[in-house]
Design a protein around this ligand. Structure first.
Ligand SMILES: Cc1cc2nc3c(=O)[nH]c(=O)nc-3n(C[C@H](O)[C@H](O)[C@H](O)COP(=O)(O)OP(=O)(O)OC[C@H]3O[C@@H](n4cnc5c(N)ncnc54)[C@H](O)[C@@H]3O)c2cc1C
Length: 305
């Protein structure tokens, strides 16, 4: 919980861009999650830095989220401050060709710019919902294509460094669906992506092909968080879940999709506890059926009691 004087400090720095006791169900694609003690939407880097300073001085726990497409927030909510960079919307073509995007830019805005300018290389990411910050932190991708393949550099703000630090691709430790090695408490504020000249029609055709494939293979009409489990080496979590007989399995309002078995959908009034119970059920059944230990891709965030 945040005491009254820490609340005052946060309000002094952010004004109405900080709110208290905000239900996280409003900020996650699963539409699930209890309240965050504070929810902050800084307008720019200087407000972000000031916010990080208050969190450090007041020892408030800080959680960064993008658009919440890969987050499961517990029913008990989140301690401390949740910050989102949704106001960081700078997006432009640069030399190379490349594009520079701030962390809050949406997947669809990046795709629109690439199509408009006929820039190729990021078509694979067109249907991966979220923000540039979330893409980078998750090393989001499909098949063998991942954000790491196009990332030139990442801008990071920390409570300690007065200036934004630019980290080149060579020092970024991208792994399967994660990025390691950022400075402690570092928040990604921007990224630059390397692209290739192409034509508007070609980029558009490839984007449309991938989006059509996605809508025929994923349940996009119900709230979900995408793939719940990482694919184990040489296999697919969805295949293992289906083989364990879990397609369509339901607990409370949460259900393993029968369109894509690695998706859990909120089919109505699901609680985080329902989703967590399904996750445990899949772990046990897949372990029993195939000996594979499934690891979650979705980030579970929040108080556990
Ligand atoms: C229908 C559907 C389909 C999907 N398909 C795919 C797919 O094909 N491939 C794929 O890889 N993923 C997929 N996902 C998952 C999701 O789209 C990606 O993980 C995406 O990168 C999440 O972006 P986000 O902005 O919503 O991040 P969030 O979910 O908000 O955050 C993800 C993680 O990044 C951290 N984070 C976010 N922003 C920042 C920042 N600025 N600085 C520091 N840390 C930050 C958060 O703390 C969290 O740990 C899918 C999800 C859905 C719902």
């Amino acid at each position: 919980m945040i005491d009254a004087s820490a609340r005052d400090d946060l309000s002094k720095v952010l004004g109405e861009r900080v709110q208290f006791d905000v239900p996280m169900s409003r900020h996650t694609s699963l539409r699930i999650g209890g309240p965050a003690d504070a929810f902050a939407t800084p307008a720019d880097r200087s407000e972000l830095r000031a916010l990080l300073g208050v969190c450090r001085d007041r020892r408030l726990h800080l959680t960064v989220i993008g658009a919440g497409f890969n987050c499961l927030v517990t029913d008990q909510g989140i301690d401390g401050v949740v910050v989102t960079l949704r106001k960081f919307r700078g997006l432009e073509e640069r030399s190379g060709p490349s594009i520079y995007a701030e962390a809050g830019v949406s997947h669809s805005a990046v795709t629109r710019l690439c199509v408009e300018r006929g820039l190729s290389g990021m078509e694979f990411a067109a249907g991966i919902p979220g923000t540039v910050g979330g893409w980078i932190m998750m090393n989001a991708g499909i098949g063998v294509r991942e954000l790491k393949d196009v990332t030139l550099e990442v801008g990071v703000v920390t409570p300690e460094a007065p200036e934004e630090v630019t980290l080149a691709r060579s020092v970024l430790d991208f792994r399967y669906r994660e990025l390691r090695g950022l400075p402690e408490h570092g928040v990604v504020v921007s990224a630059r992506f390397s692209l290739e000249p192409s034509s508007r029609d070609q980029v558009k055709a490839e984007v449309n092909r991938l989006l059509a494939h996605r809508s025929s293979t994923q349940p996009l009409d119900v709230p979900s968080c995408g793939s719940v489990f990482r694919n184990p080496e040489g296999d697919f979590a969805g295949r293992l879940i289906e083989a364990a007989g879990l397609s369509g399995e339901r607990i409370g309002g949460a259900e393993f999709s029968d369109v894509h078995a690695n998706f859990i959908a909120n089919v109505g009034g699901a609680r985080a506890a329902d989703v967590l119970a399904l996750i445990e059920c899949a772990r046990t059944r897949v372990r029993d059926a195939s000996g594979v230990e499934l690891q979650t891709e979705v980030h579970v965030i929040g108080r556990s009691e």
